[in-house]
Design a protein around this ligand. Structure first.
Ligand SMILES: Cc1ncc(COP(=O)(O)O)c(C=O)c1O
Length: 405
């Protein structure tokens, strides 16, 4: 079981978003870490034909109705139009059977994720996460000065809730991402319930359902409805294909949501995002259709991997972990040489790389390029492309401090 803070994913980039070595300065507490920062910390200039299966984006983009709604509202862009936020809150509350005050809308779920951790983790209250897990909350915890407790999965790659409880009697936040990023594996509702019922007083369970629409599983929204110590996050960045438009939501008891709000205040949402999100929710076919498309392509990729003897962790989501059987960085670099960008490495599984499900033609190109790397026809040595950590060190050496690049 882990309890280490030896975090070595990419930290510096053109955006120079985070410097752990500089410790948690006051300014860091406000730096929200997001998926593209983590996925693309290294310098990538994508050409138009690049295959980008490195950041769990949806290659389909916003639905037709979402695009129309976003375009149609642009002429009203001179107004804040906060009623549109109220409309989306109302729609979400009705859909989930919640009260209005149990729903908050944000420009993506990264912001409420960061602020929930800031509100409930502290030097006295640790942050507990699965490993490998989505790292953004961990960075928020570090910024808050909280101990980060990383707990390995069960044999079925579920969050080991009993081990999580045992590892952190001082917990402030238990982060449960289901389906999990990066593995796409599920944690059962009964396990989440067990965690909620047995956690230390004053802590919360942060359930991240960014990828729930891709999977055959049950949401933990009923725990929100029941007024438990649960904050649940959803985003329009994944199945709805709106990562660039930015819309997400937090669900929870009003007193819990108020605590988050202290960290972020209130800002107006982009009306294009609100219009597109509302239109997406009205489109009854969107989720089932995209879920079907993703599952079909994912099944085809898995069948191909099985046929060719490659090992991976079976996933219920739009991403999965693929074993490269060597330091995965060399494979990521060799794939990049072929203009195929695959996703990152988690230090606990150094031979695995995360792959996002793209379109069927994209995955065919991925497979062809993968074969070339596995056969040794295309190679890249460690160091062929400097890692972001290396880039960061170089910049620090030059300047003494981290700089914006
Ligand atoms: C598990 C998880 N939670 C939250 C987010 C935040 O996404 P966004 O801010 O785009 O809503 C992501 C993004 O990839 C994610 O993977």
């Amino acid at each position: 079981m882990g309890n280490n803070n030896d975090i070595s994913p990419p930290f510096a980039s053109r955006r120079s978003f985070l410097s752990l070595s500089a410790a948690a300065s006051a300014a860091l507490a406000f730096r929200i870490v997001t998926e593209p920062m983590l996925a693309r910390a290294r310098v990538h200039n994508f050409t138009k034909d690049a295959i980008r299966i490195d950041a769990n984006e949806n290659p389909l983009g916003p639905s037709a109705s979402a695009r129309e709604a976003a375009a149609a509202i642009v002429p009203q862009g001179g107004r804040y139009s906060d009623y549109l936020t109220d409309d989306l809150v109302k729609t979400l509350a009705e859909m989930e059977g919640l009260k209005l005050e149990q729903v908050r809308v944000y420009a993506g779920s990264s912001e409420p994720l960061h602020h929930t951790v800031a509100a409930f983790a502290s030097p006295q209250r640790s942050y507990v996460t699965a490993d490998p897990g989505y790292e953004a909350g961990m960075f928020a915890a570090i910024a808050a000065g909280a101990r980060v407790v990383k707990v390995p999965f069960t044999k079925s790659y579920a969050h080991d809730v009993k081990a999580m409880l045992a590892a952190a009697p001082d917990a402030g936040v238990f982060y449960v991402c289901t389906p999990n990023n990066p593995t796409g594996t599920l944690t059962s509702h009964s396990d989440i319930e067990y965690l909620v019922e047995n956690k230390p007083k004053g802590s919360i369970v942060l359930v991240d359902e960014a990828y729930i629409h891709f999977a055959d599983t049950v949401s933990a929204m009923d725990l929100v409805k029941a007024g438990k110590d649960v904050i649940l996050l959803r985003t329009f960045s994944k199945i709805y294909g709106m990562a660039g438009l930015r819309c997400g939501a937090a669900f929870g008891r009003p007193d819990l949501l108020e605590k988050i709000e202290h960290y972020g205040g209130w800002n107006f949402m982009p009306i294009t995002a609100l219009a597109a999100a509302s239109a997406s929710l009205k489109d009854a076919q969107l989720v089932p259709e995209r879920k079907r498309i993703n599952a079909r392509i994912r099944g085809e990729v898995f069948a191909w991997l099985d046929h060719n003897g490659y090992s991976y962790v079976p996933s219920e989501s739009n991403c999965f972990m693929l074993d490269t059987k060597r330091p995965a960085k060399t494979v990521i670099d060799a794939m990049a040489k072929q203009n195929i960008f695959i996703g990152r490495i988690w230090p606990v599984w150094p031979t695995y790389a995360r792959i996002t499900i793209g379109t069927a033609p994209e995955m065919e190109q991925f497979q062809a390029a993968w074969q070339k790397v596995m056969s040794g026809a295309v190679t890249a040595s460690i160091g062929a492309m400097p890692s972001s950590g290396e880039l960061g060190r170089r910049k620090r050496n030059l300047n003494g401090n981290m700089i914006r690049a």
